[in-house]
Design a protein around this ligand. Structure first.
Ligand code: ADP
Ligand code: F6P
Length: 327
């Protein structure tokens, strides 16, 4: 049971694209926060709900039976008006008029810009937790939802392999990641895809087409090419040239929103819980304008400004390994 020792108040919201594990994160914020003596409030629909005053008190049972659920029980939204200062100030007033001066934001880099704006311009203390399947934030090794999304891609590779092997075909499987090839690269290595095309590295479509042909000539019965969303302008050329080189049918499929939802993996749930704990601890210490990350397995925190400046490093070693082992 929660023991209320003070009248400290804390709110939590999820913003931007939903990611599996967000609920495990909300659950820990709520229950750990209650245990620390906070009154805990949920905000529905991200910054949009903050602007529209969709704020409600949460208790232990508000997060019952949610740790395994995908999506976000708080709902999410995009709210472009939040970038306007007067709208952001009005949103902060909706918290302050209730005496809530602490906020935890779970979201991606766009949401973190909102964290910085609130921190700089209002009396609300704000802490960010990275929740996005893209794993595209440089200050943290992983983000909530990324591991689950990769496992969904791996599962798709396995299923698609059955069909294309049965029909001696080739599959171009497009996966999410507008700016980052992390999902594509790691899923290719873990799922055994033969080729991976990412925004961070140049792709030679003619050479891929020739190489796929060589593979079939040597007795391969199927080939999967993982194409990151950030390079999807190559899709038509790829399908055309690989089909022409191999004289085989090439299917294209975009896995799309399947990657965002679903039961979160253990890794995402535990990461979410550990990050939530740090966020509540930071709030308790009176910190603001900081975000939680993970480095080498350890949870840490840094300023949101620093975090937003660090570019995501591309794992060239893994990329080269993927090329070496897959053909
Ligand atoms: P994500 O957080 O997953 O990267 P978005 O980039 O869509 O998703 O951002 C989510 C929300 O964060 C936006 O709808 C907006 O409300 C807020 N946001 C994005 N950019 C800014 C910004 N520059 N300043 C303030 N708020 C922002
Ligand atoms: O969550 C990140 C992401 O999945 C991107 O990879 C994708 O392009 C984008 O969200 C699409 O989201 P929406 O349609 O909700 O804007």
């Amino acid at each position: 049971m929660a023991k209320k020792t003070t009248n400290k108040k804390l709110a939590v919201l999820t913003s931007g694209g939903d990611a599996s594990g967000m609920n495990a994160c909300i659950r820990t914020v709520v229950r750990y926060g209650l245990n620390k003596g906070f009154e805990v409030y949920g905000i529905r629909h991200g910054y949009k709900g903050l602007v529209n005053d969709e704020i409600f008190e949460m208790d232990y049972s508000s997060v019952s039976n949610s740790v395994h659920a995908g999506g976000t029980i708080l709902r999410s939204a995009r709210c472009l008006e939040f970038k306007e200062k007067d709208v952001m100030l009005k949103a902060a007033d909706n918290l302050l008029k209730r005496g809530i001066d602490n906020l935890i934001v779970i979201g991606g880099d766009g949401s973190f810009r909102g964290v910085e704006d609130l921190h700089e311009n209002t009396e609300v203390s704000v802490i960010g937790i990275p929740g996005t399947i893209d794993n595209d934030m440089g200050y943290t090794d992983s983000t909530i939802g990324y591991d689950t999304a990769c496992n969904t891609v791996i599962d798709a590779i396995l299923k698609l392999r059955d069909t294309i092997t049965s029909h001696d075909r080739i599959m171009v499987l497009e996966v999410m990641g507008r700016m980052s090839g992390n999902i594509a690269l790691n899923s290719a290595v873990a799922g055994g895809a033969e080729y991976v095309i990412v925004p961070e590295a140049p792709a030679d479509v003619d050479e891929i087409a020739r190489s796929v042909k060589r593979g079939f000539d040597k007795g391969k019965t199927s080939t999967i090419i993982l194409l990151a969303e950030g390079k999807n302008e190559l899709k038509d050329e790829l399908v055309e040239k690989v089909a022409a080189a191999t004289n085989r049918r090439v299917n294209h499929m975009a896995l799309g929103y399947m990657q965002r939802g679903g039961i979160p993996t253990m890794a995402d749930r535990v990461l979410a819980a550990r990050m939530a704990q740090r966020a509540v601890d930071l709030i308790e210490c009176g910190q603001s304008g900081r975000v939680v990350g993970v480095r080498g397995g350890d949870i840490y925190d840094t300023t949101v400004l620093e975090a937003l400046k660090i570019p995501k490093e591309f794992d060239e070693q893994l990329y080269n390994l993927a090329i070496t082992i897959s053909k």
